[in-house]
Design a protein around this ligand. Structure first.
Ligand SMILES: [Zn+2]
Length: 300
């Protein structure tokens, strides 16, 4: 995440095809499905709707079918994860719904829904930015041990860690292209197909992945050039760190500021629209979305 030195994972994975969801053992699958049916049979808590309106960028632009789908996904996402408040943070339903709601926006276009986050079984939440041990290689033989300030990080088959202050800000200030939750869970999706993230998520077929790599390399070069010339861009400078960070930063813009992203990076937007199987800019332009946006947060 920008300003934060999150975990940049840049190893190359050669698996590009979306793996079919792991088939759990029949007994486990039966139990899980029974648990889910019970969970979703209860009405979605009214106060949770308020949390989604407050904390999920462009929630008010969702149509009725999408909202109902998000209600289900949020409950499954929360129930099937281990959550922990770190530092002095006391975890509340509002925090869980805010994070789950934002994360599940990324997978709204997929039948698998939050199942695509299965490799992130744990969410750790700090009240604000936190310090973490960090090692930095110096040359071939030396390692510098120290601490770094972080806002969030995503570990392969491990926890997603984030600052609540910044996760909350991402929902409150929708439309600026910055969103910590989108960023970290984009890393989780990127790591879905292999042992590491490489900026080419296994959500696309091979042809689309090749197209994405071509466009990403061009836009990365543009971003490097803009940074050299001290030009401000919608894509955060942090996206220039590596392909992995570029995908996460582009995902932030795509979901948080979709119309600006479409206008400034049309080819990038079109590929992300195909990769994520949803069109957030078009969603904002539906007449009913425009009407509800008058009272909702964010533009984009
Ligand atoms: Zn990152």
């Amino acid at each position: 995440m920008s300003q934060s030195h999150d975990n940049c994972i840049s190893a190359i994975s050669d698996r590009r095809i979306l793996p079919s969801p792991q088939s759990p053992a029949p007994v486990f699958s039966w139990l899980r499905n029974r648990r889910r049916r019970k969970l979703l049979a209860a009405p979605f808590p009214a106060e949770w709707v308020g949390y989604l309106q407050t904390h999920v960028p462009h929630f008010t632009a969702l149509d009725e079918r999408e909202r109902r789908r998000l209600y289900d996904d949020v409950r499954i996402f929360i129930a099937e994860r281990h959550w922990e408040g770190c530092g002095s943070l006391k975890l509340t339903p509002e925090i869980q719904v805010a994070i789950a709601g934002q994360a599940c926006m990324l997978t709204l276009g997929f039948d698998e829904g939050p199942e695509l986050f299965r490799r992130a079984p744990t969410v750790l939440v700090y009240p604000a930015g936190y310090r973490a041990a960090e090692e930095q290689a110096i040359g071939d033989h030396m390692t510098l041990h120290g601490e770094a300030e972080r806002l969030g990080e995503a570990w392969h088959r491990g926890p997603v860690v984030m600052s609540w202050e910044d996760a909350r800000a991402g929902g409150t200030y929708a439309g600026d292209g910055h969103n910590l939750v989108f960023h970290e869970f984009a890393h989780v999706l990127d790591m879905l197909g292999g042992d590491s993230a490489d900026g080419v998520p296994p959500l696309a077929d091979r042809k689309m992945a090749d197209e994405w790599r071509r466009v990403m390399e061009r836009e990365l070069a543009r971003l490097h050039s803009a940074i050299r010339h001290r030009q401000r861009t919608l894509l955060d400078d942090y996206g220039a760190e590596c392909e992995t960070e570029f995908f996460a930063v582009a995902t932030e813009c795509f979901f948080d500021a979709p119309r600006d992203t479409r206008r400034e990076y049309p080819e990038l937007y079109d590929l992300l629209r195909r990769i994520y199987r949803q069109d957030p800019a078009a969603r904002l332009e539906r007449p009913e979305a425009k009407a509800s946006a008058q009272s909702g947060p964010g533009t984009g």
